[in-house]
Design a protein around this ligand. Structure first.
Ligand code: ADP
Length: 621
């Protein structure tokens, strides 16, 4: 069997995604490889397919214990002899897994790093091992965003299997992190397979935050009945947002470390099994989430770094269908991140510099009126080539955020900067905004600031725009906030003074006014109604197939996406195949799934109710 045949028969896919074939061939020829593919790029296949070739055992090291059982279930659906070994496993499951391993029938074995480091697995697997895949390989690097000490010890173990090829996989790695992975995992002249980091199916939007709950609700309302994640910075924000969404009739649960474990587990379980549409969460949520049809991710606060943003927003649209990522930005979030990072003591100078760089970069991403796809792609060291209209998939290129001309931007910046200059760094951003829009209170009159030339100079632009320009000037280094007793004070920087003197350039954008927001274009609904072939899907049938999938998944005790992805259901709802043969031609329907579920889905496509179709017996696993 060739790799192409295995791909078609086991997974039902007609062709490889970019770099998959190269990765598979490297593994089969015993060569080490470093694979950097964005989320949804198809990393699992790079090590699962070699396991399906019947040449020996593939070991997968993954830190995501919560995900392992689902990954094993998905691999088994493709007909692989797969198992997992980790600390959460019940004795029964463990015994079975060991038995199969000793009998030499296991083709794919997932292990946690802790489990592997114990060292007793070596004898069982050594002889048959052809490949060790290290997933989430960025965890080995200090420079990455999720350093895990136990990953640093993996090289010791790898060295005991000199004959097995090594494959390190990650979704996001800057060139520095890539080098670190190669060194730390002792990859031997690895083939570097670095995919383009762009996620073309995601629409990115970043807006200044004005009304957190209202803006979040706007996004959620664009996606009725679809899966979404709302991230917030603090537990309090999470609780408040979740309560607000529930009050608005949205099926939503909260998730953060302050909630009882049972409640968290239920939220996660309900979300993955599509009994729940929205989870409002701190970033504690997500590592274990593999639901492929998450249609939107909203950040109600600014994340800690571009890497975090890429990772968290990347949970949207893993199935390759359109999805939306919205970030609500305020410079005050960056102040909170800085405070949190240092609350247990001052940082070493190197860490402090890294932190400042990360905050500057995410601030720039969120506030600069520049194509967001371009900024993300360039951050990860790749070039971004867009057509004349830009990416057509971010707020800037869609015209929802307007970029001012150079002259207009300079003029507006000078107005804001001189207000900060005149107030001598003794007031917060709120005060400076009031000054700019000409709203005087007692204190301002006492300070005689209502007599300044800048008083009311941005009256026409309005409060929200003035506020956003301050944030934009902060992230471009023309203004800075300085810690003081109660709240951060706003002051002009040296670069800001130079800009006022005509040196340097500045970019400013004007965010869409709230009324435009409601009209914000989303390709999500309309484009989601098409299968991979581009044919429009019968929406009513799609919903019935989703229901059937849920019923089958429930019966089998696996998440719905393990049965079929949304894209396969959309294609069925578009092409309406009438025979097993035709159904087998749908992308994502492998031989085994066809045999197990084909009859049920044909019944539903022919008009049968999901309940009746689900009752038809599935072939035994
Ligand atoms: P990653 O781990 O890189 O985020 P996954 O391995 O979860 O990505 O794959 C993402 C999705 O793409 C899965 O639904 C997978 O079945 C699908 N996929 C992988 N390879 C192919 C392919 N060659 N053709 C079509 N779909 C694929």
């Amino acid at each position: 069997m060739t790799p192409e045949e295995a791909l078609r028969r086991r997974w039902g896919y007609g062709s490889f995604r970019p770099l998959q074939k190269e990765a598979v061939e490297a593994a089969l020829s015993g060569r080490d490889a470093l694979v950097v593919l964005p989320t949804g790029g198809g990393k699992s296949l790079c090590y699962q397919l070699p396991a399906a070739m019947g040449r020996g055992l593939v070991l997968v090291v993954s830190p995501l214990i919560a995900l392992m059982d689902d990954q094993v279930a998905a691999a088994r659906e493709a007909g692989l002899a797969a198992d997992a070994l980790h600390s959460n496993l019940e004795a029964d499951g463990r015994g079975e897994a060991y038995r199969r391993l000793a009998a030499g029938t296991t083709e794919l074995l997932y292990v946690s790093p802790e489990r592997l480091l114990v060292g007793d697995l070596l004898e069982d697997v050594a002889a048959r091992l052809i490949l060790i895949a290290v997933d989430e390989a960025h965890c080995v690097s200090h420079w990455g965003h999720e350093f895990r000490p136990e990953y640093r010890r993996l090289a010791e173990v790898l060295e005991r299997f000199p004959k097995a090829a090594r494959m390190a996989l990650t979704a996001t790695a800057t060139p520095v992190v890539q080098d670190d992975i190669r060194a730390q995992l002792a990859l031997r002249e690895p083939l570097r397979l670095v995919g383009h980091p762009d996620r073309a199916n995601l629409i990115y939007r970043a807006f200044p935050r004005r009304d957190q709950s209202g803006q979040v609700l706007d996004v959620v309302r664009r996606h009725p009945g679809e899966g979404g994640i709302v991230y917030a910075q603090t537990r309090k924000d999470v609780d408040r947002l979740a309560a607000g969404l529930r009050k608005a009739g949205v099926s939503c649960a909260a998730y953060h470390a302050g909630l009882p474990a049972e409640q968290r587990r239920r939220a996660q379980d309900d979300f993955v099994n599509e009994r729940l549409d929205v989870v409002a969460a701190t970033i504690a949520f997500g590592m274990g989430i593999d639901r492929s049809n998450v249609r939107y991710v909203v950040h109600a606060n600014t994340p800690r770094s571009v890497e975090h943003y890429q990772q968290e927003s990347g949970r949207a649209g893993r199935d390759g269908l359109p999805a939306e990522c919205v970030l609500l930005f305020s410079a005050s979030d960056l102040v909170l991140h800085r405070w949190l990072a240092q609350k247990d003591g001052a940082l070493a100078p190197e860490r402090r510099r890294a932190l400042e760089r990360q905050l500057r970069e995410i601030g720039r991403y969120a506030a600069a009126p520049v194509c967001r796809h371009r900024l993300l792609v360039e951050h990860f060291g790749a070039a971004y080539a867009a057509g004349g209209e830009g990416c057509a998939a971010c707020d800037v290129c869609l015209g929802e955020t307007k970029s001012l001309s150079d002259d207009e931007a300079l003029l507006a910046a000078k107005k804001v900067l001189s207000a900060a200059w005149r107030t001598e760094g003794r007031f917060g951003a709120g005060y400076v905004v009031d000054l700019l829009v000409g709203r005087a209170d007692e204190r301002m009159r006492r300070n005689d600031h209502d007599a300044l030339k800048v008083f009311g100079i941005l009256k026409d632009a309005g409060q929200a725009t003035a506020r956003s320009w301050i944030d934009q000037l902060i992230v471009q280094g023309f203004l800075e906030t300085a810690e003081s007793g109660d709240y951060p004070l706003l002051r002009i920087t040296q670069a800001g003074k130079e800009l006022c003197g005509g040196q340097g350039t500045v970019r400013l954008g004007v965010p869409a006014v709230p009324r435009d927001r409601a009209r914000a274009k989303t390709k999500s609904r309309s484009a989601a109604g098409r299968g991979p072939s581009g044919a429009p899907a019968d929406e009513e049938l799609f919903e019935r197939l989703r229901r059937l999938r849920r019923l089958i998944a429930q019966k089998q005790g696996v998440p719905p996406y393990v049965v079929f992805h949304d894209s396969a259901l959309l294609e069925m709802a578009a092409l309406k195949p009438g025979t097993l043969d035709a159904l087998g031609g749908v992308k994502g329907v492998g031989e085994r799934k066809l045999a197990r579920y084909g009859a049920a889905f044909l019944k539903a496509i022919a008009g049968g109710s999901p309940e009746a179709a689900a009752a038809s017996p599935a072939a035994p696993s």
